[in-house]
Design a protein around this ligand. Structure first.
Ligand code: NDP
Length: 331
């Protein structure tokens, strides 16, 4: 029974040597009230990079020489807890371990007849909720407005853009390869796409794609890409700061270009967003996401990596942009 521990706190870009495979409790045995879970799908997410550092944040850092944890879909393979039966599937924040014991606390039972198991880590899980709630609660979208999404081809961004289209917005996506830009337009219905790696003047490219200016900016990346968007905002623009992946591996965070004048002169709102602060809205958001999925208005993409032993590499690859849609490990 293997687990994946954090061996070292990465400095800069993480590498495989920051992780360690450890053999532990070969036949874990459960007591009254407990369950034995077998991991089926593991989510690798950008926010895990923050937890690998010991800087203070909204979630505590991982401990060294202990298993990493993230969203996991698991099967109940043994149970001494009345609330769960053998063969149930659950999702929750669990350890990177092939098998683990749980009390059942914090686990949600999931129904594989309603959505594929892996989707509970993405479109009908944390990243779908982030897209829906960030856009609605802070973005306050109105039909006809222009929305820019960065990290547009990833798990959160690809859903933000599609919801924007359902709501009648003009949607511009920013991503890192031409293949991703084609996918945004041909599969997800984005109106425009900009490859930030090959575009020399991002400020001008955004102006060209959004001649009437930007009303909503859903920011997943931060850094110079975001500065370029902010140069193009409209009066009363709303800026959702969902993530800043462009700086997660930086040992020194660069100073931003002075965007404050653009916020002031446009009376714009910029607000940080953490999905867990909106837990009371999860049921309504989840219902709408499931309805749109059922109606075929919302699509999702996954990049699935096979094998528990490839989990650290899948995390590194996601940070490096190798994923389209949600990066998932099939155990
Ligand atoms: P993604 O599926 O979008 O994967 C990460 C993507 O980031 C990569 O595919 C890559 O795509 C892009 N990327 C990597 N480095 C850079 C860079 N230097 N500049 C620009 N883009 C880069 O991940 P998620 O959808 O899970 O997460 C997206 C963002 O949302 C993250 O910042 C994450 O922290 C945040 N988030 C926040 C939550 C909250 O509650 N606040 C909840 C969930 C996610 P490319 O090829 O385009 O570079």
């Amino acid at each position: 029974n293997k687990s994946i521990n954090l061996k070292k706190r990465p400095v800069g870009t993480p590498t495989l040597s920051d992780f360690e495979f450890v053999e532990s409790d070969v036949n874990p045995s459960i007591s009254d009230g407990q369950l034995l879970l077998e991991a089926k799908y593991i989510s690798v997410d950008p926010y895990l990079r923050g937890r690998m550092s010991d800087a203070k944040s909204y979630v505590p850092p991982f401990k060294l020489d202990e298993p990493i944890s993230s969203g996991v879909v698991a099967e109940v393979i043994e149970t001494k807890n009345d609330k769960f039966k053998k063969g149930d599937f659950v999702s929750g924040l669990l350890q990177w371990k092939e098998k683990q014991i749980s009390t059942g606390e914090g686990l949600q039972k999931i129904d594989k007849s309603k959505a594929p198991l892996s989707a509970y880590l993405g479109i009908v899980g944390m990243t779908g909720l982030t897209a829906f709630l960030g856009l609605h609660e802070i973005g306050k979208p109105k039909k006809g407005e222009t929305l820019v999404v960065s990290g547009a081809a990833g798990a959160v961004g690809s859903v933000v853009g599609q919801i924007g289209k359902i709501l009648g917005l003009n949607v511009i996506g920013i991503a890192g390869t031409d293949e991703k830009i084609d996918m945004l337009k041909s599969e997800f219905g984005f109106d425009h796409g900009i490859n930030y790696k090959t575009t020399k003047d991002m400020k001008a490219a955004i102006k060209e794609a959004a001649p009437n200016g930007v009303d909503i900016y859903f920011d997943n990346v931060g850094g110079p890409i975001s500065d370029a968007v902010l140069f193009n905002i409209n009066q009363f623009a709303r800026i959702i700061i969902c993530g800043a992946i462009s700086v997660y591996n930086k040992t020194e965070i660069p100073m931003a270009v002075a965007v404050q004048p653009f916020l002031v002169k446009n009376s714009a709102l910029m607000q940080g967003f953490i999905v867990s602060n909106y837990a009371d809205k999860f049921p309504v958001a989840m219902k709408q996401l499931a309805t749109w999925l059922g109606e075929g208005k919302l699509k999702y993409k996954e990049t699935v990596v096979e094998g528990f032993e490839n989990t650290p590499q899948a995390f590194l690859d996601m940070m490096d942009g190798k994923n389209k849609g949600k990066m998932i490990v099939k155990v």
